[in-house]
Design a protein. Structure first.
Length: 86
């Protein structure tokens, strides 16, 4: 059994997801598009948002659950600078 199921693998290969992963700065529209794909595919995920402060940038963290013991974490910046998600 592969660690990444075929649905998740197909999702990661979409143009929407690849453009998000290749962006230094993301938009809310890109995040919305990816979460819509995850929702429609029935893939469990968690999205967290850090509004940023004077010393940290706005960020989102997307955690995609592969199986009960495996997940993939993505951190996206909405602006330049360091953030709070590791």
């Amino acid at each position: 059994m592969s660690i990444i199921n075929k649905e998740v693998e197909s999702l990661l290969a979409t143009d929407i997801f690849r453009s998000l992963l290749n962006s230094n700065i993301v938009t809310v529209a890109q995040i919305n598009a990816v979460t819509t794909l995850l929702f429609k595919a029935g893939i469990d995920f968690q999205l967290s948002f850090n509004r940023g402060t004077n010393s940290s940038a706005k960020q989102a963290q997307l955690k995609v659950y592969i199986n009960p013991t495996t997940s993939i974490n993505f951190v996206f910046a909405f602006e330049a600078g360091g953030g709070n998600f590791a």
